[in-house]
Ligand binder design. Structure first.
Ligand code: ADP
Ligand code: AMP
Length: 211
């Protein structure tokens, strides 16, 4: 399945939870890119300036990356990919090669103002990438990751000015995928303004009942 929605709409939070609950693989292109930047790989060097500006990394790099990490069997959640129509077309073709298809696309619906509030309070573990929120999902001990003890930081691209640009980029380049998947009858809209437990409950309900 694919998780689609603006930055800060809770895709990563839900993908981590659901992948554990259902034994699915969680593929976050944002996490993979941040690791690549940290380890200064070739991909990381190419991607960094786009990420810092809040722009999308070019399609050819992203498609090559997904080809590399895509599992050939077993269920998985794509979190942050596809983000453009060419990426969605490449994904279709790739899956067709394995005689597979995207099953469901969940749209995390959230307004720009809530996005800005969520991202300005987001804390990310500098070691393991776990995600918290100052108000809505605080760590047990301030500044310290519950899972690995790593230091919690604010992502460079979570500063308000970059967040607003990322939201604009979402509207312009990613939101056409809503219609793309709607036409294929794969889109399921979620009210992402509900709290974390509520959104998780709704996801499980749709997966159980099919609607
Ligand atoms: P995305 O992966 O879509 O960019 P995240 O999962 O990282 O979004 O969530 C963005 C921020 O909002 C994080 O700080 C997270 O803890 C918080 N958050 C996620 N889901 C909710 C929710 N349902 N209600 C309130 N805060 C949330
Ligand atoms: P995220 O963690 O999903 O918010 O992604 C962080 C940044 O990584 C984005 O702002 C983009 O610069 C880049 N990125 C992640 N996924 C993609 C993608 N599918 N296509 C292009 N850029 C991406």
């Amino acid at each position: 399945m694919v998780f689609l929605g603006p930055p800060g709409s809770g895709k990563g939070t839900q993908a981590k939870k659901l992948s554990q609950e259902l034994g699915l693989m969680h593929i976050s292109t944002g996490d993979i890119l941040r690791d690549a930047v940290k380890n200064q790989t070739e991909l990381g060097k190419k991607a960094k300036e786009y990420m810092d500006r809040g722009e999308l990394v070019p399609d050819n790099l992203m498609i090559a990356l997904i080809e590399e990490v895509m599992p050939k069997e077993g269920g998985f959640i794509l979190d942050g990919f596809p983000r453009t129509v060419p990426q969605a077309l490449a994904l279709e073709e790739m899956l067709r090669g394995y005689k597979r298809d995207v099953d469901k696309v969940f749209l995390f619906d959230l307004s720009e103002e809530v996005v800005v509030e969520r991202l300005s309070g987001r804390l990310t573990c500098s070691q393991c990438g776990a995600v918290y929120h100052r108000k809505y999902n605080p760590p047990k001990q301030e500044g310290v990751c519950d899972l690995c003890g790593g230091k919690l930081i604010q992502r460079e691209d979570d500063k308000e000015e970059v967040v607003r640009r990322r939201y604009r980029v979402y509207k312009e380049q990613t939101s056409p995928l809503v219609e793309f998947y709607q036409k294929k009858n794969k889109l399921i809209r979620l009210d992402a303004s509900q709290d974390i437990q509520e959104v998780n409950k709704r996801l499980l309900e749709v997966l159980r009942d099919g609607h």
